[in-house]
Design a protein around this ligand. Sequence first.
Ligand code: ADP
Ligand code: 5GP
Length: 202
Amino acid sequence: MTAPNLGPLIVVAGPSGVGKSTLVEALLTTTTLPLRRAVTATTRAARPGERPGVDYHYWTADEFRRAIDAGRMLEHAVVHGADFYGTPWSEVRPYREAGTAVVLVIDVQGAENVRRLDPGGHRSVFVLPPCEAALEARLRGRGSEDEAKVQRRLRTAREELARAGEFDDRIVNDDLDEAVAALEAVVRGELERRRRQPRTIS
Ligand code: ADP
Ligand code: 5GP
C-alpha cells in the first residue's frame, strides 16, 4: 500500500546573524513549492516587531520544561548559554504527513540533535557569511543585542563555522537572491527525490 510521500525535513543552521531567517522568509514569499517554516519555541523575550506564533512560540521556562517532559519536543537546546530553544513535534509531523516540506531554522547544536534522532531522514544546510566582518556587521546592524551579547554570539559563531563541513550543503549568504535560489534548489531536489520513492506502509 502506498501513502502520500512524507514531506522532506530541511534543517537550516548557521551562526546567529548570518541571515537564516531573512533567507528562509524570502524563499517562503517567492517559492511555489509546498514549504513551511516550523515555528519553534523559545524562552527569550520577543524582539520589537516579532509576533508570537509567527516568529516563535514564546514560552516560560516552566512551560518549556513541561513540553520536554511530556515528549512534545523533537529537539531542544540551550543557546548562547542563556535561553531554551526547541522544535515542537506539532510544528513538523502534521505538515510532513501532508507532503509539505518543513524547514527548521535552528542552531548548530539543534542540527546535531536532529542528525542524531534523524526523524525519517532530513537534509541539512549550513548558511555561511561571506566573511567574519560581514557577520559582525549584520549582528550589530540588527540592533537587537547589547555589546556583551554580540561578543558572545561572535565567539559561538567561530566555533560553529568550523563545523560547516558536517552539513549536506553549504550556502554563502552574500547576495540574498542567489542564496534564496540555492536554498530553493535544495528543497526542490528533496521534494523530487521523495516523489520518485513513494512511501510504503505494510
Ligand atoms: P539569523 O536568522 O541567522 O540570526 P537574520 O535573518 O536575523 O539572521 O539576519 C541578521 C541581519 O542580517 C538582519 O539585519 C538582516 O537584514 C541582515 N541580512 C540577512 N541577509 C543579508 C544579506 N544577504 N546581505 C546583507 N544583510 C543581510
Ligand atoms: P535568535 O535568538 O537570534 O532568534 O536565535 C538564536 C539561535 O537559536 C539561532 O541560531 C536560531 O536559529 C536558534 N534556534 C531557533 N529556534 C531553535 C530551535 O527550535 N532549536 C534550536 N536548537 N535552535 C533554535
